[in-house]
Design a protein around this ligand. Structure first.
Ligand code: PEP
Length: 257
């Protein structure tokens, strides 16, 4: 059986400037003990403007916190004002990049085709994409949440070869649970995450599917993380609001305690 190291990633969204980021990562790194990193991979996804500061801190102090960006351009370079390429993120030694977050899909009209191009751009530059998928409330109410989410997984990974796909992280984030305080029940989250793994096995192989980490995201807090993490197909959490509070995020990382 494949053992998957849980990934706890903090999506700061548009919060914390580069000075605040330094203080935050320093506090986080020093609050975490060596044994925390053995059990869990810990990452932060700050705004682009913080990445250089976080890199310098992590490199200089040999901290084990990993970091990444919240988005990447589908293009390598050129006349794309305001965009940031995978090559630029790789130069900053980012490990991860979130792709297709629901706020990008909703406010920036990102379609599965765009998300797929961004997943490929991430892989091209040796960044691990965190492919975000999940349904809106109307879709869940209509009972179409599984098919909707699986279509996003398939669309996001279209023509991505197995050698790359086995390293992707998929984050199941029901849109109605993001930033609302309304957490998806652990059994409901497992239903979709289990279906995602089955879809990955169908698209690739059981072996590849067993290697892929599937996170749950949506109002994760220290009080609900242990139950969510007890589910067999949930391998970590993508944490928004609660990742801005270092003490709370540390408790989430230590969900086994
Ligand atoms: C997110 O932004 O990915 C997220 C899950 O946010 P929150 O934890 O605040 O619901």
């Amino acid at each position: 059986m494949t053992t998957r190291t849980p990934l706890m990633a903090g999506n700061w969204k548009m919060n914390l400037n580069h000075l605040e980021a330094i203080a935050h990562v320093q506090k986080l790194a020093f609050a975490l003990a060596e044994k925390d990193y053995e059990a869990v991979e810990v990452a932060v996804l700050p705004p682009f403007t913080d990445l250089r500061s976080v890199q310098t801190l992590v490199d200089g102090d040999k901290l084990k916190v990993k970091y990444g960006a919240q988005d990447v351009s589908a293009h390598d370079s050129g006349a794309y004002t305001g965009e940031i390429s995978g090559a630029m993120l790789a130069k900053l030694k980012c490990s991860f990049v979130a792709v297709g977050h629901s706020e990008r899909r909703q406010y920036h009209d990102e379609t599965d085709e765009i998300v797929n191009a961004k997943v490929k751009a991430a892989f091209k530059h040796e960044l691990t994409p965190i492919l975000c998928v999940g349904e809106e409330l109307e879709v869940r109410r209509a009972g179409r949440h599984v098919e909707h989410t699986l279509a996003q997984v398939e669309g996001g990974l279209k023509d991505v070869p197995a050698e790359q796909a086995e390293t992707v992280v998929v984050a199941y984030e029901p849109v109605w649970a993001i930033g609302t305080g309304q957490v998806c029940g652990a059994d409901d989250a497992q239903e979709v995450c289990g279906a995602i793994r089955e879809k990955l096995a169908e698209l690739y192989s059981q072996d590849v599917a067993d290697k892929i980490r599937i996170q749950y995201g949506g109002s994760v807090k220290s009080g609900n993380v242990a139950e969510i993490m007890s589910k067999p197909d949930i391998d970590g959490a993508l944490v928004g609001g609660a990742s801005l509070d270092v003490d709370e995020f540390v408790k989430i990382v230590r969900f086994r305690d």
